[in-house]
Write a protein that binds this ligand. Structure first.
Ligand code: CUA
Length: 352
């Protein structure tokens, strides 16, 4: 048995084994990718938190089961045939070659066709379930979701509230989202609450979400929209109906004028500087529309399009050099002094 030559069949066998191991490995590696999109927050479409996303997760699971069965059967048959009918040392003769087998050909044509039709029907049913506006009309509310490079704006037309980065919703209610964009195409995606829905300029797209339990649900813009596409996060804050009503009252009220000296200084810098050209703060001279409405910015969980946690430190970091934090940011580097940054931070953080 010294150095038995590698026959073509042995080589093919090795290749098949290697391919099988690689495929299995790729599948194992893919699981955390599906389960944990993103880096810091790890929202998973397989951990649905609302009826809309349950439909998607169920469909995924059914497809995964069917695909796994197909994979195991096909790979199993390949491995079985390769081992069972391999050329043995004693057996020098070629195995009998078979050409054409009507039964086998009919079977491997009809079975995959049936699987494809089944997947098509299931996907169609899922799509219909997502398209259908849920019945409890009285329980519904509508929010306009507007994509910007690189942050989301939220308008509550019935409540007269405009906010950004945090989409605050009440639990147990159908929230209709009217999506659009002021610049390029973005895609609104909260894996635990909805499927990816594109936000186009000059066109309104509809989707709906509903959160079953209070909590924070992270999302990510899902359409390449520029340099900071990956930095365009989304946060849904689901509150109990009572907490939501309280939030609405707070948001509807104009912000309380700052009492602290540093914050007052910040308000002066804000209202006499470049800030008011792009930002709105209700009840003040600031009525700019390019950047996020900052009326109650201090009450939000995040800053900079959901990229930073809303802390004084991050607020300073953002003001010091926005494009360094979020490349392609429309807010420019304003060359603010240290004192100005301190004062502006105190003011913005006071806008609860
Ligand atoms: Cu907005 Cu990607």
């Amino acid at each position: 048995m010294n150095g038995s030559p590698r026959t073509p069949i042995r080589r093919a066998l090795l290749l098949i084994c290697a391919l099988t191991v690689m495929t299995a490995w790729a599948l194992i590696m893919a699981v955390p990718v599906f389960a944990q999109e993103g880096t810091t927050p790890k929202p998973s479409a397989l951990d649905p938190a609302g009826p809309n996303s349950v439909v998607i997760a169920d469909l995924f699971n059914i497809v995964l089961i069917i695909a796994t069965v197909v994979f195991v059967v096909v790979e199993g048959l390949i491995l079985f045939s390769a081992f069972r009918f391999r050329r043995r040392a004693k057996d020098a003769s070629e195995p009998a070659q078979v050409h054409g087998n009507t039964k086998a050909e009919i079977a491997w044509t009809i079975l995959p066709a049936m699987i494809v039709v089944t997947l098509f029907v299931l996907a169609l049913q899922g799509q219909q379930a997502l398209d259908a506006k849920p019945a409890q009309a009285a329980e519904q509310m509508t929010i306009k979701v507007i994509g910007h490079q690189f942050w989301w704006e939220y308008q509550y037309p019935d409540l007269g509230i405009t906010t950004a980065t945090d989409l605050v919703i009440p639990t147990g209610r159908v929230v209709n989202l009217e999506l659009s964009s002021v610049d390029v195409i973005h895609s609104f995606w909260i894996p635990q609450l909805n499927g990816k829905t594109d936000a186009f300029p000059n066109h309104v797209n509809y989707t709906w979400i509903q959160a079953n339990t209070p909590g924070i649900y992270h999302g990510q813009c899902a359409e390449l929209c520029g340099a900071s596409h990956a930095n365009m996060r989304a946060v849904v804050v689901a509150k109990t109906p009572a907490e939501f009503d309280q939030w609405v009252k707070e948001q509807q009220a104009p912000p309380v004028a700052p009492t602290e000296a540093l914050a007052q200084q910040g308000q002066l810098i804000f209202s006499t500087g470049a800030c008011i050209g792009c930002h709105t703060i209700n009840g003040t001279a600031a009525t700019g529309k390019t950047g996020p409405d900052l009326t109650h910015v201090g009450s939000r969980t995040t800053l900079a399009g959901g990229l930073l946690t809303n802390t004084a430190g991050n607020q300073r970091r953002w003001l010091a050099d926005p494009p360094a934090v979020k490349p392609g940011s429309i807010m420019p580097q304003l060359n603010l002094t240290r004192t100005e940054i301190e004062a502006l931070t105190a003011y913005l953080q006071s806008l609860k």
